[in-house]
Design a binder for this molecule. Structure first.
Ligand SMILES: [Zn+2]
Length: 258
């Protein structure tokens, strides 16, 4: 039977009838693929209970049928990430990243750097050595670079003057204009959304360095708040979607802060 064997990360998991599961997989070699896992819901023995959200698996699935989903034949667990699933906050971050990927990718679209990025942030989220917010900024900046949705952070979105040539310490931004705006171009009404020059520099660093170097960027707590607020507004706006998981993430974050 024709089929594929590839590493994969589980993006979505839904029940299908009483017995089966439908899994949306982000595979390394075949891009985004939806497969059916027969009897996986009825019996955990069939796949050993490893078909969990965000887990990294080696999967084998057949593509022989003309109708319906490809059928998952085998799955082996590579990384279970137990610390993500035992924390509501970590689950909320991983769900948001998975939703962005799932919304943006077409079936069969192969995205190796995005797979590596997602794998990297999930691993770091599970290890817990870096703040979740910092990983989410890293993920979103690099995701929008891959998706071609980059904001204007080097120049004013209206007059195009370079940020380095402006003496202001912080800049207003406008989602509709695609990025930051200098004071000369800013509207008369007081703006509510700002990015400081320091945060802008750090965001640009995350975008252009290799993943290992970019992962070492340390944000101050103000920078984390600014960066998250900006990206969680910018990314959904330019994708034209408001992710359901973002509401859940904000709720979780509020609860943790209290
Ligand atoms: Zn301007």
């Amino acid at each position: 039977m024709p089929g594929y064997s590839t590493p994969a990360i589980v993006l979505r998991k839904t029940d299908f009838g009483d017995y089966d599961l439908i899994l949306t997989l982000f595979t390394l070699e075949e891009g985004k693929t939806t497969v059916i896992a027969k009897s996986a819901k009825k019996s955990t023995k069939r796949f050993g209970g490893i078909l969990e959200l965000f887990s990294v698996l080696d999967v084998v699935y057949s593509t022989g049928r003309r109708k319906g989903f490809p059928v998952l034949q085998e799955a082996a667990l590579k990384h279970p990430f137990p610390n993500i699933r035992s924390s509501m906050l970590k689950t909320a971050y991983a769900s948001y990243w998975a939703e962005l990927i799932n919304e943006w990718m077409e079936d069969g679209q192969v995205e190796v750097p995005l797979f590596q990025l997602f794998h990297h942030v999930l691993k770091a989220l599970d290890a817990g050595r870096e703040p979740e917010a910092s990983l989410s900024i890293l993920f979103q900046m690099r995701f929008i670079t891959i998706a071609g949705l980059l904001p204007n952070l080097r120049r004013c979105s209206i007059c195009r003057v370079e940020v380095d040539k402006i003496k202001e310490a912080r800049f207003e931004y406008n989602l509709n204009k695609g990025g930051i705006i200098c004071r000369d171009c800013a509207s008369e009404t007081p703006a509510k959304n700002f990015l400081s020059k320091g945060t802008i520099k750090q965001l640009l660093w995350l975008e252009k360095e290799d993943l290992t170097t970019a992962s070492r960027v340390k944000f101050a707590s103000d920078g984390l708040k600014e960066g998250l607020k900006f990206l969680e507004a910018f990314v959904p706006y330019h994708m034209g979607k408001s992710p359901r998981s973002l509401k859940f993430l904000r709720k979780m974050r509020d609860e943790v802060n209290i």
